[in-house]
Design a protein around this ligand. Structure first.
Ligand code: BGC
Length: 245
């Protein structure tokens, strides 16, 4: 086994997941441990879970963390699916203090994209690659010739008069009473809109819904090439490990 190991935590609106990652292969080398995201998802409550996750694996080094919000230089700048008390908080600082080890945060879809560009479905791809994650919300990670343009928030584009993630996130499928196929049509409509605005060369689909792609991807009929994240829902953990200090 390689010695180039790092620790990644993927914080989502419903679950916080972590593992030790081999940075040579991009594979998880421990179990993937998951704890429900506390509600309300305040900095203090989430910091406790971060400590629990890291203790579970007995990890003592620095930690990379994927977070479901805009994160600029460690500071949280948006709060769509987390408690609003996160706004303007130095997240790197809060988690570093709670853990007693250095933590660096990055947007969750940006993290997933980094993993796919380095090890997965977008490896070796040039041009404009758009990572989109469908889970509690919709996250976006934009890459130009493999370089990340951080903190795009394309889940909040307006779509038919709505915040797009309120129409096409995976989490709205059941509340809106949609079959997978009907939800796939919503995703198709959303992707068409993103396609019109950005003309990407490749879409990579991640997040919880990527594991169920067989149930809905046939209902997507856009012109742009579209692939499922090779790391599926683990892409966030792997990308988080990549940004560990
Ligand atoms: C947030 C994004 C995040 C996405 C996926 C959105 O609601 O605004 O920052 O990447 O959810 O978690």
């Amino acid at each position: 086994m390689s010695e180039d190991l790092a620790y990644g935590i993927d914080i989502g609106g419903s679950g916080m997941k972590s593992a030790v990652v081999d940075l040579d292969s991009g594979e998880l080398v421990t179990d993937r441990y998951r704890i429900d995201t506390p509600q309300p998802a305040t900095p203090e409550a989430m910091a406790e879970v971060v400590v629990e996750l890291v203790e579970h694996h007995g990890w003592t080094g620095s930690v990379g963390c994927a977070f479901p919000a805009v994160v600029k230089a460690g500071i949280v700048r948006s709060a769509a699916n987390i408690d609003r008390s996160w706004l303007d908080v130095d997240a790197d600082g809060v988690f570093t203090e709670a853990l007693g080890a250095e933590v660096h945060m990055i947007n969750d879809a940006d993290a997933a994209g980094l993993a796919e560009v380095r090890y997965g479905a977008a490896r070796g791809r040039t041009g404009v690659v758009m990572m989109l994650t469908f889970g509690t919300g919709i996250g976006s990670g934009l890459f130009v010739d493999g370089v990340l343009v951080p903190n795009t928030e394309l889940g909040h584009l307006e779509l038919d008069g709505f915040d797009a993630e309120k129409r096409a996130a995976a989490s709205i499928r059941k509340p809106d009473g949609l079959t997978w196929s009907e939800w796939g049509e919503r995703v198709d409509r959303y992707l068409e809109h993103v396609e019109d605005l950005f003309s990407p060369d490749l879409f990579v689909i991640g997040g919880g819904a990527s594991k169920k792609a067989a149930k809905w991807l046939d209902d997507v009929s856009i012109d742009t090439e579209i692939v499922v994240a090779a790391k599926h829902n683990d892409a966030g953990i792997v990308g988080a490990a990549l940004v560990a200090p």
